[in-house]
Write a protein that binds this ligand. Sequence first.
Ligand SMILES: C[S@@+](CC[C@H](N)C(=O)[O-])C[C@H]1O[C@@H](n2cnc3c(N)ncnc32)[C@H](O)[C@@H]1O
Length: 176
Amino acid sequence: MINFLQILVLIFIVIVNILLLTSFYSFIRTKVPYVPSSKKIIKNLFQNYQFTPNKNFIDLGAGDGKVLFEAEKNGLIAQGYEITILPYLFYLILKFFHHSKIQIKYQNFLQANLKNADYIYCYLLPELLQSAWEKTSKESKKGTIFISNTFKLKDIKPFKVIPTESPKNKIYLYKI
Ligand SMILES: C[S@@+](CC[C@H](N)C(=O)[O-])C[C@H]1O[C@@H](n2cnc3c(N)ncnc32)[C@H](O)[C@@H]1O
């Protein structure tokens, strides 16, 4: 006979499988896996670029909010968009423990409103990065800074490149 503990384990396994399946489905849709920016890269960015406090910093494909928590520590108003359920759930848990005000919307960033962005951060594969750039350059105000971790934009020259310890992982900054 099935006891209460076995029912709980069964429910747990079903939930984990649903989460894994939905995450896999998101990956098929977006073709961008959830790979967080490394701590070193994030540290490098905030040490080597002078951000103006109280400005809007938006992470397109924010994962669990790792970059946004650091942006908030640096005095920025940090928001993001994420469509994969697992990192989004991690964000909710981390936000609770950090007592943080960062906001991530469970939404496709290609449908987001970027009018008020001052800084846009992306860690995306080239094709989606290009779409993010096109959307940002159409919708956001002049002077918005577009930051890309690791991947360069086609045919556009960054105004600043921040090197990191790994020669492959530079941070590219562009101005709208
Ligand atoms: C490489 S991870 C980067 C996570 C985070 N920005 C960081 O640097 O730690 C890219 C994230 O973008 C999300 N993503 C991809 N396409 C998206 C879309 N159209 N709208 C919202 N999120 C998206 C993926 O689910 C994934 O979690």
